[in-house]
Design a binder for this molecule. Structure first.
Ligand code: RB5
Length: 168
């Protein structure tokens, strides 16, 4: 892992289904030198994943954090909720390759995982890959990310087949 990346702060959140896995993952990341902030939930009492996603996403929207990690039972609900927030590109990942490509191609800023789906070691492996990978500064990826912003702003214009011409 790039040592300089350990200066980055990361924020981590979950609903009740991800509460125990969140604690384990936060400890794992802190042990590697990451500065980890826990946005909740803070107990295993039942709570609502949209609220937990919102608590974390607003702190990325504000610029306080560049990257976040969200856990719920499957990762599905909390990723849907996260992606309702402007500027949030949440990626639901169940393997490290997808996590790496979510950073490289999509500049994903929130990793979502299913705490009831994946074993703890896999959660660690996926999070490590996500946090240690940079977005590729390549125009085709940046163009597509701008298009995502256009979709948020209802300013999306159906483009010509520029991506198809590149074959990627
Ligand atoms: C909670 O029971 C569960 O529904 C939630 O954690 C998540 O899996 C929803 O997508």
């Amino acid at each position: 892992m790039d040592k300089t990346k350990k200066n980055l702060k990361v924020i981590i959140g979950s609903d009740h289904a991800g509460f125990e896995a969140k604690a384990a993952l936060a400890a794992h990341l802190a042990g590697q030198g990451w500065k980890v902030t826990d946005s909740g939930t803070y107990s295993s009492a039942s709570c609502d994943y949209p609220a937990e996603a919102h608590k974390l996403c607003v702190r990325i929207q504000s610029g306080e954090f560049a990257l976040g990690i969200l856990l719920c039972g499957t990762g599905v609900g909390i990723s849907i909720a996260a992606n309702k927030h402007a500027g949030i590109r949440a990626a639901l990942c169940s393997d490290p390759v997808t996590a790496e490509l979510a950073r490289q191609h999509n500049d994903s800023n929130v990793l979502c995982m299913g705490a009831r789906i994946l074993p703890e070691e896999k959660l660690f492996e996926i999070a490590d890959r996500f946090l240690s990978t940079d977005a590729l500064d390549e125009e085709r990826h940046r163009r597509r990310q701008r298009m995502l912003t256009d979709l948020e702003n209802s300013s999306f214009a159906v483009p010509g087949p520029s991506g198809a011409a590149e074959g990627k």
